[in-house]
Design a protein around this ligand. Structure first.
Ligand SMILES: Cc1ncc(COP(=O)(O)O)c(C=O)c1O
Length: 406
């Protein structure tokens, strides 16, 4: 599909990045090969020098992985233009996990003595990298409320060594949304590298490159794969030279590469991204409405509801709100445990973004080892339930919730 930039989003989901196969396979096969052969010593030299295209070693690149990378880059760039008015070109590098993608991006852009500015509600693993790994390398984080833009700018001005702004919106697990356009403009004004974790939105709901960010990261484990079949992560960048240079070098040397099987699962999952997100989102809207009206539920955290503090931000930058929400049962811890035990259709599991509705009770699972007073500070109350709304028939999800809450 040479005219891929002019097609619709769903066509890119299906055909984007696909190259015809020498054996005429319909789908790009799983290239389960660690290494690649050369016709001659001269050809090997040319491929190593980069004067001829070709694969060398699968930690560096693999045809099945390349298709997933090209497709996701096209989706993030969908209908966006560069500063010369041409179709935006992006380069993506697939990783073994979302965490591998995040650390590659950070280590490619920061060195000892430099700082990162970020906000409170990041995914726990990313927060731990910033708190526990980066300081040992001489890289400190300054954490501020990204809703307070004056504070963000004052902090940047007061810390001349801040080089990178790290945004996650909507954030895991709070669903806090921050304004990518305003934050990115501030970051650019002060020559910062701006990065956004787009895992909860996917390019179908939100395109951070529209607001000039430098990098987008995903845990592809979630909605991009969509079926819960493989862990993965991706870094997408707009500076192609840098992506081919330091980012590729860091990725190859850290060794957090993906593999052909996981990439195959991802590429096939991506085919239905637009369709799935439509259904995920319409189901989530109905679930939020149901929970909001239920007498057993104290609070519903869902940016799609008008009374959510970030409703306006989500509306401004997202096609629809993310299909992940949380809610607090009035009965506290016991109600949370009871609710999970009564589920019949929804599945009790961590993670999110699969076709199945996934439900978790953080107080008895992910946060069981955290002191109660500490988790309450992060809004993880005794009766809080997190829900990644799946694509089952909506009435079955609602019936399951109804019988489990009562
Ligand atoms: C927003 C976000 N970023 C990054 C990650 C890390 O991804 P992975 O678990 O694929 O390493 C996660 C995982 O839940 C996440 O929710």
């Amino acid at each position: 599909m040479s005219e891929i930039n002019n097609t619709g989003f769903d066509t890119i989901c299906i055909h984007g990045g696909h190259s015809p196969e020498s054996n005429r396979a319909h789908l790009t096969p799983i290239y389960a090969s660690s290494t690649y052969t050369f016709d001659s010593a001269e050809q090997a030299a040319d491929i190593f020098k980069g004067t001829e295209e070709g694969y060398i070693y699968s930690r560096w690149g693999n045809p099945t992985i390349a298709e997933a990378e090209a497709r996701i880059a096209l989706l993030e760039a969908y209908q966006l233009k560069d500063k010369n008015g041409n179709a935006l070109q992006l380069k993506a590098i697939l990783h073994a996990s979302g965490m591998a993608a995040v650390i590659t991006m950070l280590l490619s852009n920061l060195k000892a003595g430099e700082k990162i500015i970020t906000h409170h509600s990041l995914y726990g693993g990313t927060h731990e990298i910033i708190e526990k790994i980066l300081p040992g390398l001489g890289i400190e984080a300054v954490i501020v409320d990204f809703h307070d833009l004056n504070k963000v700018e004052d902090t940047i001005k007061a810390n001349k060594s801040i080089r990178l702004m790290y945004i996650e919106t909507p954030a895991n697990p709070t669903l806090q949304c921050v304004d990518i356009a305003q934050l990115s403009a501030l970051g650019k004004k002060h020559q910062l590298t701006v990065c956004a974790d787009n895992t909860f939105a996917t390019p179908y709901l939100q395109q951070p490159f529209k607001y000039d960010v430098d990098y987008v990261m995903h845990s592809t484990t979630k909605f991009l794969n969509g079926h819960g079949t493989a862990i993965g992560g991706i870094v997408i960048g707009r500076d192609i030279e840098k992506m081919n240079g330091i980012v590729t070098k860091t990725h190859r040397l850290l060794g957090g590469n993906s593999n052909a099987f996981d990439a195959f699962l991802l590429t096939n999952g991506l085919k239905t991204l637009g369709l799935r997100m439509e259904r995920h989102c319409s189901n989530a809207d109905k679930v939020a409405e149901f929970l909001h009206a239920h007498k057993g539920v104290a609070v519903v955290n869902y940016p799609g509801l008008k009374d959510h503090p970030d409703h306006a931000i989500a509306k401004k930058q997202m096609r629809q709100p993310t299909p992940v929400l949380s809610f607090e049962l009035k009965g506290g811890y016991a109600a949370g445990v009871n609710f999970i035990n009564k589920m019949k259709v929804c599945v009790s599991a961590v993670s999110l973004g699969t076709c199945d509705t996934l439900i978790s009770h953080p107080a008895s699972t992910t946060h069981v080892g955290v002191l109660r007073e500490d988790r309450l500070k992060f809004g993880i109350t005794d009766g809080l339930i997190r829900m990644s709304v799946g694509i089952e028939s909506i009435q079955d999800i609602i019936n399951d919730l109804e019988q489990a809450i009562n």
